[in-house]
Design a protein around this ligand. Sequence first.
Ligand code: BES
Ligand code: ZN
Ligand code: ZN
Length: 506
Amino acid sequence: MNITAHIGSLTRHPVALSVLGVFEESGSLAARLPLTGAAKQGLVPLLESVHFRGQSKESVVLPTRGPFRSRWVAVVGLGKRKEFTLQHARVLGSVAIQTARNREFPSVAVQLPVHDRWHAAQVSQAITEGLVLGQYRFLTFKRQLKPQERFQVRQAFVVGTARDATAVQQGTRIGTVVAQAANFVRDLCNTPANVATPTYLADQARQLAKTHRLRCQVFSTPELKRLQMGGISSVTQGSVQPPRLVIMESTPATNTRPTVVFIGKGITFDSGGISIKPSGGMEKMKYDMSGAAAVLGILQASAALKLPFHLVGIFAACENLPSGSATKPGDIVTTHAGKTVEILNTDAEGRMILADCLAYAKRFHPQAVVDLATLTGACVVALGKYAIGMMGTDERLKHRLRAAGELSGERVWELPLWPDYTDGVRGDVSDLKNIGPPGEAGAIAAAAFLKEFTSYPWVHLDIAGTAWAEHADTWQPKGSTGVGVRLAIQMLRTWAEELSEAKGAR
Ligand code: BES
Ligand code: ZN
Ligand code: ZN
């Protein structure tokens, strides 16, 4: 699907379906409908006859009257004006694309709602994200589809006034890039573990690096041995799939470009290992590589947007399976950092591979390191599906991520990481143990463990609850959500603006 800005009026634009948002507020529909003249007069009685209220996600499709050049118009509720956020704009875009698709309309135009709290660039970006995210389906393995199930809208427009022309154009461009990257992440995470193996993920990294001219190193078993990546080795040793450690790097470091490292957990299947998980729902553990996939999406989008950072992406990919060669509870392993860990539960494997990646990241002398991982069930219990669990050692970085979360809709919520929690992961017969006290703050215990391998400004994002949707919503079908890309890119963009302002001030 192609998405472009259209400057002018919605009614004059020749498309199959016109879409416009209406706020839920007091006052007549005639006053609330953002149209003029005959277009408005034609629509008001129809909307009144269906008692349209303007609640968020409410929508009605009507035949046009008057000067419209489309035959159909969809009126979509935006909720209360006072409560309007960019998420409502995303919903507008996703309702628009789904309405068009359900009726097999080849083209759709969405009018930009005007709101004094948000800039036109932000709203048009959010609408575009809604269009692209709402269009996503995972059909790779579907061989028996009816033509209407394959139908795709070919062309979408975000319609704004001449005053907002540049903003709308910028918004559609950025929105397309980040949402396409999120959809790429969704594809990777929805792909089953027999296809999306560690080798497959590394190949995806290589391909991406080629397209965007990034540096890409892929380490296999011999290099992992040489580098003494004991954390990764301990997890992968029960599986016949060879592990991979992938390091990607954008333009080389310069004094003006901060080095930011993103690290992802890439467990392509987490059975729990010898500490095996219950079988119910185990199939979902193919998405235990959502962190690694997010790192790929972040590098893809930041390369496309040419963000002014020296970016490094690191992920370890392997399977966690039980077998005769698998790690046993009680085994003690030596990590890349040299610290020893007693494995008390082989299902706490994510922190073992992340520990090696975090220690490796030190060589880049980063200004910031962010790791993304479907790390703990405890995080799902604590925060559910609406918030990413955030823990870290750097207030500025946490602040940046919190602010980016509000704008991108991928919200983060901080949990404490006081030194007290580290006591819980100290080892009896080793430096560390890989689980904390039973039944106590499992998400934090995991972060306290990771902290022992960091020596730079660092934030850990636990995406266990946010990476997978059990139920479809307008902007996402059931399955992988592609979480992380929109958050990280928003953070980097705001940071980049600060950098250029500081430069201008000098
Ligand atoms: N991959 C899981 C965490 C997870 C759980 C992700 C649910 C998504 C949904 C992780 O490797 C794990 O199994 N963690 C254990 C840690 C425990 C053994 C300390 C957990 O959360 O139960
Ligand atoms: Zn596990
Ligand atoms: Zn896991």
